[in-house]
Write a protein that binds this ligand. Sequence first.
Ligand SMILES: Cc1cc2nc3c(=O)[nH]c(=O)nc-3n(C[C@H](O)[C@H](O)[C@H](O)COP(=O)(O)OP(=O)(O)OC[C@H]3O[C@@H](n4cnc5c(N)ncnc54)[C@H](O)[C@@H]3O)c2cc1C
Length: 456
Amino acid sequence: MTNTQTFEHQIHIIGGGLAGSEAAWQLAEAGIKVKLSEMRGSGEMTPAHQTEGLAELVCSNSFRSDDADRNAVGLLHQEMRTLGSLIMASAEKSKVPAGSALAVDRDIFSDHVTKALENHPNIQIVRERVDNLPEAGPTIIATGPLTAMTLAQSIGAATGEDALAFFDAIAPIIHRDSIDMDICWMASRWDKVGPEGDGKDYINCPMDKEQYLAFHQGLMDGDKTEFKQWEKDTPYFEGCMPIEVMASRGVETLRYGPMKPVGLDNPRTGRWPYAVVQLRQDNKLGTLWNMVGFQTKLKHGAQVELFRTIPGLEKAEFARLGGLHRNTFINSPRLLDEQLRLKSAPHIRFAGQMTGCEGYVESASIGLLAGRFAAAELQGRTLDSPPITTALGALLGHITGGAEASDFQPMNVNFGLFPPPEGKVHKKQRKEAYTSRARADLQRWINGEPEAIAAE
Ligand SMILES: Cc1cc2nc3c(=O)[nH]c(=O)nc-3n(C[C@H](O)[C@H](O)[C@H](O)COP(=O)(O)OP(=O)(O)OC[C@H]3O[C@@H](n4cnc5c(N)ncnc54)[C@H](O)[C@@H]3O)c2cc1C
């Protein structure tokens, strides 16, 4: 451990979440001395974190699809693994079954990241809240969507605009032994078998039409959390929308979203139910299960009352109830250059969700790039951005220039951010065309070779 008085850092990273942890690792592995400031553990907490562990996952325990051939986030996993990502290595060590998705035991995962960083000779971890943007010295800001208000104000003042904000919601977690398995059953959709699972990875709670309609009405009528004044008029991110907001869009919306029954044969009837609530394993022990897609801003009492009307959850005991939180990000296309540096103060880089990417993996991947860019700069090397045909390059492109600054919104990685494959490619081969091109181009970037397709 390096937490001694004599440690002289070459770069300061603020925020020890997914992005800050990955950036610290990349820099330290490149031989750069890093000071990592994390406010949790100094008596401070965010509204969503619950521990002092680095890289704590605040809601779902899923890193989404691990399919590197047909899915953009699976490809991003693979690219990060190729580049020695600590976040991906820690996910590997803490995997739990989740079909074709990569899901982790959140405590084992965070513990692995924390220990790896604590034990690295080039890293000093300081538990402190930083309130101002440093005026000099290489710095990476990775304080995430719940950046402490004082620092958010300092960033707002330095960038000449207020940091933007919108809402995110978190889903409830239930104790496994309180779920009635005489009603529910285990299955993955279409019995799909993933690398860690057996085609029976989710707990499924079936609903008939009458139960579904009553549940929908309950969501509409349920007591909701009041908005605070500063929260008014801020939009939701579509990928993490509260269940009751989805319900308000139409009585059928949930049956085409998180309550979709297709591909889920109920063994007791031999048919798909009218609607389904799915739970996914949340810890390695298999004692905790989260309600998939059930992020909510219903009041806690209303959640317990309504969710216990779901067949099989009548006696559900909740380890955590859903909630609603602020999300803070900057207008990156306007403020950052293609190396993630603040144009007006280039000693400062931004990383993670603050840059306007969305998701655990995306946040960590931008941390990885910020760390590598900073390491190259400190060592007097030039490191070009990864090609836009790779998942890393496509996401970076969205953040630093792909979107109009006027309507910039956070984004998960997806094939829409990549240039289309060259020539005629049959629809069925399109995804593989994206991913095989990405692999070849990432390798060229790693080897320092020119891009196969010139940036158009
Ligand atoms: C409520 C909520 C639920 C989410 N659910 C999901 C989900 O289910 N799946 C998903 O993929 N993504 C989810 N996200 C989005 C996003 O992926 C995560 O927030 C992710 O953790 C972002 O990584 P990060 O490194 O940018 O920030 P974080 O992981 O939040 O890390 C930031 C760190 O900075 C610290 N910090 C803040 N201010 C200061 C300061 N002034 N000084 C020192 N330290 C500071 C914080 O304590 C924290 O440890 C969610 C976001 C929120 C807010």
